[in-house]
Design a protein around this ligand. Structure first.
Ligand SMILES: Cc1ncc(COP(=O)(O)O)c(C=O)c1O
Length: 446
C-alpha cells in the first residue's frame, strides 16, 4: 500500500496559488512566498515606488498581442488605447504590429509620442471636439469613425486631403451584459442605428463630400462578450447594410470594423472569449453573409483592449487596518480604493486578491477589502478569502487591473493617482510617476 492509497487527496495537485488564467503569465511566488511578476518581487516594487501602485507585465502584454496576431491571421488587430495607454504601452503595441484606437486628443498625443504611425491610428469618440478632429486630420490618422451628423459637418469643413472614415452603427445586438458596457443596442448614445434611416442619412452626408472617403462600417457591441456568435451576427447585419449602400449609391465599402469587447476572467471560473473560436465564427459569418448578398469580402479589423492589457496589470496595496465590525464582517482597509479602481462601484466588478509579501498561513478568513475613500461602497473585493493572520503592513495584490484602472483613475478625496511600473526580465521601471500633492495644487489657481 502506498501513501497515495492512504491519502488519495495527495494524488490531486493543489490549485496553484496564482491561477494562470487570471494572473500575469510571469506571476509566481519565490521561496519566501513573495509574489513576483516579470521576475521582480512585488514587495520590492512597493518599497521602491510606494503604494498603491499599478504594475504592468510587459511580457504578458506582448504575449496577448502575439496570441491575437496568431489566432486572427488575416484580421487587423488595433489595440484599444482607452484600456491602458502610456508611451511605453504604445511602443509595445507598435512593436507587436498592432495599430491603436484612440478617443481623445490626449490619447492621440500619447499614441503619437509612443511612435505609432498615424496611418495606424483609428480616432473614435461620440463627442469629438472640433479641435480634436482638427488634430486628427492634421497628423493624418488612418481612420476617423464618425458618430454624429454634426461631426460629419465639422470634418467636411476641416479636411484638405482625402480622409478615410468609417460610420459607427448600432446593429441592435444585446450582449446581455452590464448596461454601462452594452453598446450594440439602439437605445444608447453611440453611433447610428441600422434600423430606420439614421445610418442611410449618415452615409448620404459623408458621400456628399468626395474628400471624405467612406471606407467601411464600424460597430462595438459591448464589453466582456463571451459568445463569439454575437460577432457573427454583427457581421451578417453589417454586410447586409453594406450591400444596401452598394444598391443605393453604387459604392462598395471594403472595411468592416467589429470593435472590441472580448471577455477575460477576473475571478476563477469566469468565462473568457475563445480567440480560435472567434476566428472561425468571423470566417464562417463572412463567407455566409458575403455569399448571401453577393458582396466582396471586406477586410476585417478588431479593437481588443482589456483582452490585451487586462491580465498584464496588478494593483498593489498596503494593508492599513483589519477590523471586525459588530455586524460580523471583517474589513481589511487598504491605502487605495475607488480612485484607482472605480470598476467595483461602476459595474459591481469582482476581483481576485492575494497576499503578496510572504507565505500565507494555512488558515483563512472571509473579509471585505475596503478602500480609503469616504463612501461605504468603496470596496475592492467583498467576502473573499484571505489569510487569517493578515495584518497592517502586509501587501495585497489585485489581479486583472491592467485595463480601465490607470485610465479611469480619479483624484477623489484629493488623492494622487498611483505610479505605473513596468516589469520585465527582473527589472522594474516607472512608466508613469505617482501624482504628488504638488501636482494637485499646481492646477489650483487660488
Ligand atoms: C469603439 C471601442 N472599441 C474597442 C473597445 C475596447 O473594449 P474592450 O477593452 O472591452 O476590448 C471599446 C471599449 O469601450 C470601444 O468603445
Amino acid at each position: 500500500m502506498t501513501l497515495l492509497d492512504i491519502l488519495p487527496s495527495l494524488g490531486h495537485a493543489a490549485p496553484p496559488r496564482f491561477d494562470p488564467a487570471i494572473w500575469p503569465i510571469t506571476a509566481h511566488p519565490d521561496e519566501e512566498g513573495r509574489l513576483c511578476v516579470g521576475g521582480v518581487p512585488l514587495a520590492d516594487i512597493a518599497d521602491e515606488f510606494g503604494t498603491p501602485a499599478y504594475v504592468v507585465d510587459e511580457t504578458d502584454f506582448r504575449h496577448r498581442a502575439r496570441r491575437y496576431r496568431k489566432a486572427l491571421r488575416d484580421i487587423q488587430v488595433v489595440y484599444a488605447g482607452k484600456s491602458l495607454l502610456t508611451t511605453a504601452v504604445a511602443r509595445w503595441a507598435r512593436e507587436e504590429g498592432l495599430g491603436i484606437d484612440v478617443c481623445s486628443g490626449g490619447e492621440l498625443a500619447v499614441a503619437l509620442a509612443g511612435g505609432i504611425d498615424p496611418a495606424r491610428i483609428i480616432m473614435h469618440g461620440n463627442a469629438k471636439s472640433p479641435d480634436e478632429l482638427r488634430d486628427a486630420v492634421r497628423v493624418g490618422v488612418g481612420r476617423i469613425v464618425v458618430d454624429s451628423c454634426m461631426e460629419i459637418a465639422y470634418l467636411a469643413g476641416l479636411v484638405r486631403r482625402r480622409q478615410p472614415v468609417l460610420i459607427r452603427v448600432t446593429p441592435d445586438i444585446d450582449i446581455h451584459g452590464h448596461r454601462a458596457v452594452t453598446t450594440g443596442i439602439s437605445d444608447q448614445k453611440f453611433g447610428f442605428t441600422l434600423a430606420g434611416d439614421h445610418t442611410a442619412d449618415a452615409v448620404d452626408r459623408v458621400l456628399a463630400h468626395p474628400i471624405l472617403d467612406l471606407v467601411g462600417l464600424h460597430c462595438h457591441i459591448g464589453s466582456q462578450v463571451t459568445d463569439p456568435g454575437l460577432y457573427g451576427e454583427a457581421i451578417h447585419r453589417l454586410i447586409a447594410a453594406m450591400a444596401d449602400i452598394r444598391t443605393r449609391h453604387g459604392v462598395i465599402l471594403t472595411e468592416l470594423n467589429l470593435g472590441g469587447g472580448h471577455a477575460i476572467p477576473y475571478v476563477p471560473g469566469d468565462p473568457e472569449l475563445d480567440l480560435d473560436e472567434l476566428a472561425r465564427v468571423i470566417d464562417d459569418a463572412l463567407d455566409e453573409a458575403c455569399a448571401a448578398e453577393h458582396f466582396p469580402r471586406p477586410s476585417v479589423v478588431v479593437e481588443p483592449g482589456r483582452a490585451i492589457s487586462g491580465r498584464a496589470g496588478i494593483t498593489l496595496y498596503r494593508v492599513c487596518s483589519v477590523k471586525t465590525q459588530s455586524g460580523g464582517r471583517t474589513f481589511v482597509a487598504v491605502d487605495g480604493g475607488m480612485s484607482d479602481n472605480p470598476r467595483v462601484s461602476l459595474y459591481g466588478a469582482r476581483y481576485t486578491v492575494a497576499l503578496a509579501n510572504r507565505h500565507p498561513l494555512g488558515l483563512k478568513q472571509r473579509v471585505t477589502v475596503a478602500g480609503r475613500h469616504c463612501e461605504s461602497g468603496d470596496e475592492i473585493a467583498r467576502d473573499i478569502e484571505l489569510p487569517a493572520d493578515l495584518h497592517p503592513g502586509d501587501l495585497l495584490a489585485v489581479a486583472c487591473t491592467g485595463a480601465y484602472h490607470h485610465s479611469m483613475a480619479s483624484n477623489y478625496n484629493m488623492v494622487g493617482r498611483p505610479a505605473v511600473v513596468g516589469v520585465r526580465d527582473g527589472r522594474a521601471r516607472e512608466l508613469v510617476r505617482r501624482e504628488t500633492i504638488a501636482d494637485l495644487l499646481a492646477r489650483d489657481r487660488g
